[in-house]
Design a binder for this molecule. Sequence first.
Ligand SMILES: [Ca+2]
Length: 306
Amino acid sequence: MTHHLAAALLALPLAFTAAPALAQGGAQGGAQGGAQGGAVPAAAQGLWANGQCSDPGALLFLTGRYWALLPQAGAQEMWRVARTVENGGYTLAVADDPDQTRLILRPSGTALETGTPGPKQPDDALPGDAPATQWARCPGLPAHLALLHGEGLSFVGALDGFESACASGGTEPCVGAIFAWADVTRDGVLAPAEIARLTRAATYMAMLATGTELEELAAAIGAGALGGLFAAQALILSYDYDGSGGLSMAELLQDRVPVPGIAGPAAPPGPPVAGPPLGGAALAGQLGALRTLIDQLGPMLGLPAR
Ligand SMILES: [Ca+2]
């Protein structure tokens, strides 16, 4: 069992190697007109609140490649950006889910305006007649939301970097990027608490990727806070060859075994494939290896069956 856990954790970075190819595939299915890009503009990236930062009606978190929408109640969701269209000071971000969810963005200093285009609105007709939602930039999460979203959004904020590190197809830079995020104390060893934090953050992201209710998310992260430590101990017992009580990069990369469900070694991304097979791939689908991790850890963490 513990080796399955370790293998699943090692496989986690491989999920990101597919991402650049997917982005290219999505861009080729692209829209007519307007400048085509791949990433959300830097001016729109970061944490935004609808209402007061201290008591937001909703939070919107944007990276170059992802956006997460976290209302005060109801569905907590996240999308991966397949492509963007720039037009007239507006950016349209198109996600890679089957519905090709779209979000119109217009950053202006400490304010952000967003809208959701109607189904018949062309990509380059920005902003169209979509009703606008106003957002204010927030320096950080309010205290009452930090426990629920803090670690998870930190992980989501690091995803762009993970994708870049994994784009070459090499396992070591890929694992290294995630290791660096997890190694809070910067001592080159993942202690049980650091592995537990990684587990909670990965759980958070996997749940957002498929969409989750606030209550489910809170329950999973809360349960993970306790269960993650046990899972971390099991993982360390399995891979801690030098008995340091933690896991080093060398220990993690040793004895790598292929994981069922992961197609082959981490090969460099092939030439972009045109057409529908890649277009519309859901974020949840790309995170297949991560789902394996969550599925393996789930029972130990007391997560609800999915
Ligand atoms: Ca450490």
